[in-house]
Ligand binder design. Structure first.
Ligand code: DGY
Length: 330
């Protein structure tokens, strides 16, 4: 039996790549940048399985380009790069990598919050610019984490991870989610709040929702207007949840105190983005899940989903399980 053909759109960690190489006739895009859409289309025409990244746009046209394409495995927990209803309608199961990156992502979100609160980037720049002449009683004063109020928008796995960390730092935690988690409120010492209350009362607002039409630009001028002038917004979810123009205006005018972003709209952030000129806006390049161990586990999960789909088995972590009721592509 010939091995099934698959296309892997970037060099993922060896833990997963080895699994795919062993079981399939794998074609790998080794470029540092994602394959251009035309290349992706051409490659997909040849294969039964696709291992994609969040930088690959997977739309209905791509799915229709090859009726033998029977599984798409995304190397990410998020899947807003894929048209899920189109995949389900065509009988294509979609895999993702939940769980393994929860703590690593929450670690980074907490790191960004602390770095922004204590003005770490400005402090490093200050030292490197040889401006440090003496100890200063008012030099680079920031904000305390302990005793502050953290507002968590989106109380799924990663939002809960933030709450756990905040508890260890003596923070008060408010959360908002479309699904209230009364079952967790006592044990995690968190309080449900509506969005207005959360925005009004929080010293730090951290976003952990997925990107959809209700969360796109959820952090906009109206939201920033409700926040404290000292408040810091943290985004490790998806860039378009924060309106970049409104964020710039709010930071520049002092409506809010700071921002720390792992994700931006667009990505990468344009080099001429005015956000890059602001001392109170800290930006890192979408690295929240980027620990060696976690990226290795994500690669294994993505490979396991791909191989299960090729064998005609249910994906271990499938974002559209309803596809199995409708019938999957053979
Ligand atoms: C995801 O998995 O969705 C992250 O954005 C990258 O790990």
């Amino acid at each position: 039996m010939p091995k099934p053909k698959v296309f892997v759109t970037r060099l993922i960690p060896e833990e997963g790549l080895a699994m795919v190489r062993e079981a399939t006739a794998m074609k790998l895009w080794e470029g540092e940048l994602p394959p251009p859409h035309k290349v992706l289309l051409d490659e997909v025409r040849e294969v039964e399985g696709l291992l994609s990244l969040l930088t690959d746009k997977i739309d209905a046209a791509l799915m229709d380009s090859n009726p033998r394409l029977k599984v798409i495995s995304n190397f990410a927990v998020g899947y807003d790069n894929i048209d899920i209803p189109a995949a389900t309608a065509r009988g294509i199961p979609i895999g993702n990598t939940p769980g393994v990156l929860t703590d690593t992502t929450a670690d980074l979100a907490f790191t960004l919050m602390m770095a922004a609160a204590r003005r770490i980037q400005e402090s490093i720049d200050y030292v490197r610019a040889e401006k440090w002449k003496t100890w200063g009683p008012k030099l680079l004063m920031g904000q305390d984490i302990h005793g502050a109020t953290l507002g968590i928008i989106g109380f799924g796995r990663i939002g809960q991870g933030m709450a756990k960390r905040a508890g260890g730092f003596g923070m008060r935690v408010l959360y908002y989610d479309v699904y209230r988690r009364q079952d967790l409120e006592q044990t995690m010492d968190v309080t449900f709040a509506d969005m207005d209350t959360l925005l009004r009362e929080s010293d730090f607002v951290t976003v952990h929702t997925d990107l959809n039409e209700t969360t796109r630009h959820m952090m906009n001028a109206a939201a920033f207007a409700k926040m404290k002038p000292t408040a810091i917004v943290i985004n490790t979810a998806r860039g378009p949840i924060v309106d970049p123009q409104a964020l710039y205006a709010a930071l520049k005018s002092g409506k809010i105190g700071g921002a720390a972003l792992d994700v931006t709209e667009p990505e990468p952030i344009p080099t001429d983005s005015p956000l890059l000129t602001l001392p109170n806006c800290l930006i890192v390049p979408h690295i929240a899940s980027a620990s060696v161990a976690t990226r290795g586990k994500m690669a294994q999960m993505a490979a396991a989903n791909l191989l299960a789909g090729l064998r005609g088995e249910k994906l271990p972590t499938c974002v559209n399980p309803e596809v199995y009721e409708r019938g999957v592509r053979k």
